[in-house]
Design a protein around this ligand. Structure first.
Ligand code: HEM
Length: 121
């Protein structure tokens, strides 16, 4: 549902992320083949799927992810931003490939998820 295998969406997310703060690109200098970035995108999509399935793993994975990323110098706010950028990429993908059937219910559902994720410490 979240386009884990959509390279275009993944590229969009990372381009937007690095446009917000270009120094974040430097964090990935050792990710020569893009493997870490692919895994990050895929794992984030899995977590979103967990949330949709009401699986408590969503919260546990975010909690753990925030802790681990703190060690990379990535704050919880920046970590959370990744999900916001994915929601934007999903919306663009939906508009382009699904006959613009995106509506306010979709926006509300994604916003509720993002708000919920922000409560996770
Ligand atoms: C602005 C910088 C970054 C953001 C916004 C970000 C965000 C995320 C998010 C949302 C996830 C998915 C949840 C999770 O598994 O924790 C993730 C996973 C991950 N991130 Fe990052 N991250 C950043 C930088 C980094 C850096 C610098 C590294 C390593 C050098 C890294 C390594 C990983 C790894 C290994 C995973 C798990 C992938 C898997 O499950 O296989 N991240 N990241």
């Amino acid at each position: 549902m979240c386009m884990g295998e959509q390279p275009r969406a993944r590229e969009q997310v990372f381009e937007k992320l690095f446009a917000i703060d270009p120094t974040w690109r430097d964090l990935f200098v050792l990710d020569f083949d893009g493997g870490v970035r692919r895994a990050m995108f895929q794992t984030s999509c899995d977590i979103i799927q967990n949330y949709v399935d009401n699986d408590p793993m969503a919260e546990a994975r975010i909690e753990a992810g925030q802790l681990i990323h703190d060690g990379y110098g990535v704050t919880p706010e920046v970590f959370q931003l990744f999900f916001k950028l994915i929601s934007e990429a999903v919306q663009i993908h939906h508009r382009v490939h699904h006959a613009d059937t995106w509506n306010r219910t979709h926006t509300a559902a994604w916003d509720a998820m993002l708000a919920h994720f922000k409560t996770i410490k």
